[in-house]
Design a protein around this ligand. Structure first.
Ligand code: SAM
Length: 282
């Protein structure tokens, strides 16, 4: 589906795009193939696509994978997609708000791949929700604002490093990122875009309560970037427990969260998971 196909389809249905739904459609064949290629599709793959729009990526996903489940919020686009892929029983279309749907869906995603040009306004929470799922996908190939992708792939000690980086990093590592130029979208968005490939880390046995302690420690630790992490975590757990956990993880008690690595946060969370909490979880 190229730009003329898209314009024709939109005009034939008198469809006006909705900016608040992030309706910037990808029409550049090279970029679409690059994104689908990053998913390394196999005939047995099950793919989750959030926000299929008019279906330019869906088409490539269906060509390479076993089945595609797509979640689209806009009922007008749901109609278009139903017509476009009518008769392909490997295509499952869900008309829903993807964020709400993912939160309610207690699916085992461990054999799935996520490939999506995400709606930018809700892209980060959707990514976090998928990354923190109990049984997360094998691989996620997500296109978002370049600034958000920069935060997902950030290194400790940089301004971009923060909550999004660490929540995504608990179970995933970023294998690669690449830019997707504005002119590849219709209409061209106001911001630059990029795509990131995230691969699930090898089995990570965290133990009971560790993942939630990790999420709380990350959110609390970055509550105020300029403050020492010790003070911020001591609002959630007893100060002595936080001191012992930080020392055990090799983190200086004067350190700020932006210099603490994912591995150190995991170690801190392991040590705090059993500690009584003040109930002030962020
Ligand atoms: N994948 C298509 C493409 O690459 O051309 C469309 C991507 S467009 C950036 C985002 C799509 O997400 C739009 O189709 C929009 O209607 C849909 N969308 C926006 N908010 C959504 C939500 N909360 N849940 C599901 N879909 C949503």
């Amino acid at each position: 589906m190229n730009l003329s196909d898209m314009r024709r389809l939109l005009a034939s249905r008198d469809l006006q795009l909705t900016k608040s739904l992030g309706q910037n459609f990808l029409h550049d064949g090279n970029q679409l193939r690059r994104i689908a290629g990053a998913a390394a599709l196999e005939g047995t793959d099950r793919i989750l696509e959030i926000g299929p729009g008019l279906g330019p990526l869906t088409e490539l996903l269906l060509a390479g994978a076993g089945e595609v489940t797509a979640v689209e919020k806009d009922g007008r686009l749901v109609e278009v997609l139903q017509e476009r892929f009518l008769g392909d029983d490997r295509f499952h279309l869900i008309h829903a708000d993807a964020l709400e749907w993912i939160r309610e869906e207690e699916r085992d995603w461990s054999e799935w791949k996520v490939v999506s040009n995400l709606p930018y306004s809700v892209g980060s929470p959707i990514l976090v929700e998928l990354a923190l799922a109990e049984r997360p996908a094998r691989r996620m190939v997500v296109t978002l604002q370049a600034e958000v992708i920069g935060r997902v792939a950030a290194r400790p000690g940089t301004a971009e490093y923060g909550v999004l980086t660490l929540l995504a990093a608990l179970r995933f590592s970023v294998s690669s990122t690449f830019k997707v130029p504005r002119e590849c979208f219709f209409p061209a968005p106001d911001v630059e875009s990029a795509c990131a490939v995230l691969d699930r880390r090898p089995a990570l046995e965290l133990g009971p309560g560790v993942a939630s302690a990790y999420v709380s420690a990350v959110k609390a630790g970055f509550g105020q970037r300029r403050k020492m992490m010790l003070k911020l975590l001591a609002e959630v757990w007893p100060r002595e427990a936080v001191e012992a956990a930080m020392t055990g993880a090799g983190v200086a008690l004067t350190e700020r969260a932006e210099r603490v690595s994912r591995e150190q946060f995991v170690e801190i969370a392991r040590r705090l998971a059993g500690a009584p909490s003040t109930g002030n979880h962020p």
